[in-house]
Write a new protein. Structure first.
Length: 362
């Protein structure tokens, strides 16, 4: 997902911590400045804006070093891109099995435009060959592989291999949502809702600190079951996103057995993370009940788009979700190694069309 270019103001005279002063303007060409923090107006108006990016940065998640590149043309800022460097395990997007386990110790260092937690890659401002080439030159000094994570098709990148990423499921909720579903689907979903009716659902604005330990325990349960886990969050992250988040909590009596971390703005709801007690939740069809409860929350509170991220696509499509394709772009500085990495990724990475079969088997 890219954003249309908008006027960006030159940096203030006071220097930021990550630089000794603004880059010197010069006639023609693009000058890159690296920032330690996102600009205060970064992605203003989006659900995942300055506060979202800053919270991840301040949580200091292991294995991720984040920064921001700002591009200037003739002294005027034209684009800002979030970047991170990481040790990327080559089995990250592989299906489970003996080969995934065998390859677990092996990793490649990459410098990436995008964000580890964002469903879509974004550049705030101009997306042109000139700007991206300048970004790439800076990124190539940080790692042998330069990558763009979860961007749309047809980015103007020269010499990059492209692999499909995990599509993003988004559900438009308009009018009388339930009556718009097929009768058989509606009946099936109603049964799933009834199955979880014994649970108490509580929605909190902000982080429920007294439940922090249990929330993190439930998150780790889901992380351990995850097929394509990229990052491991720490408990501090959940605290830091509290000021701009909601927590949907699912109770069996006095026991918290599930939660969903929600980020909402305007008419959009993003379901970012969930946690579950698999043993206790099985009898209630907890995961399905949680997703359906979010639909009901959207209907009640006026959210018209519910973005539920990746995986469990078959169920989400039954709800009426659209799967939005995203792509991973990558290039190794060595042409021969680049060919080998490309062949490896093409052969081993799970493809989006395979995920529906995996969902049905789960």
């Amino acid at each position: 997902m890219t954003r249309a270019a908008r006027p960006l103001q030159p940096p203030p005279a006071a220097p930021r911590a990550a630089r000794t002063g603004p880059p010197r303007p010069r006639a023609g060409g693009i000058v890159i400045e690296e920032l330690a923090d996102p600009p205060a107006d970064f992605l203003a108006g989006e659900v995942e804006d300055y506060a979202f990016y800053k919270a991840f940065q301040d949580a200091a998640i292991d294995n991720f070093e984040v920064a921001y590149l700002r591009a200037y043309r003739n002294g005027i800022a034209v684009a800002t891109a979030p970047i991170f460097t990481t040790r990327y395990r080559i089995n990250t997007t592989m299906k489970g099995g003996w080969l995934k386990r065998l390859l677990h110790p092996f990793w490649l260092r990459i410098a990436c435009v995008g964000h580890p937690l964002a469903d879509y890659g974004v550049i705030d401002g101009e997306v042109s060959t000139e700007v991206l080439d300048a970004f790439n030159r800076r990124l190539a000094t940080k790692a042998p592989i330069v990558s763009y994570k979860d961007f749309p098709a047809a980015l103007p990148l020269d010499g990059f291999a492209v692999e499909p990423g995990l599509p993003v499921a988004a559900l438009a909720i308009e009018g009388d949502y339930w009556s718009g579903l097929r009768r058989s689907v509606r009946a099936s979903l109603r049964r799933r809702l009834r199955k979880g009716q014994a649970l108490r659902v509580e929605v909190r604005d902000g982080y429920p600190a007294e439940l922090g330990g249990r929330i993190y325990e439930l998150y780790l349960n889901v992380h351990r079951h995850g097929e394509f886990s990229f990052e491991l969050l720490n408990q501090r992250y959940f605290e830091l996103v509290g000021p701009f988040s909601k927590y949907a909590l699912y109770w069996e009596g006095d026991t918290l057995i599930g939660f969903c971390l929600l980020m909402c703005k305007g008419e959009r709801m993003h379901a970012k993370y969930l946690g579950m007690d698999y043993e206790r939740g099985r009898r209630y069809g907890l995961y399905f009940f949680m997703v359906l409860s979010l639909v009901e929350m959207c209907l009640r509170d006026g959210y018209t788009l519910c973005q539920t991220g990746c995986t469990t696509y078959a169920f989400k499509q039954r709800l009426g979700s659209t799967l939005h394709p995203v792509f991973l772009y990558y290039r190794h500085r060595n042409a021969a190694v680049n060919w080998g990495v490309r062949a490896l990724m093409a052969r081993l990475s799970v493809k989006p069309h395979e995920l529906a079969c995996m969902d049905e088997a789960a």
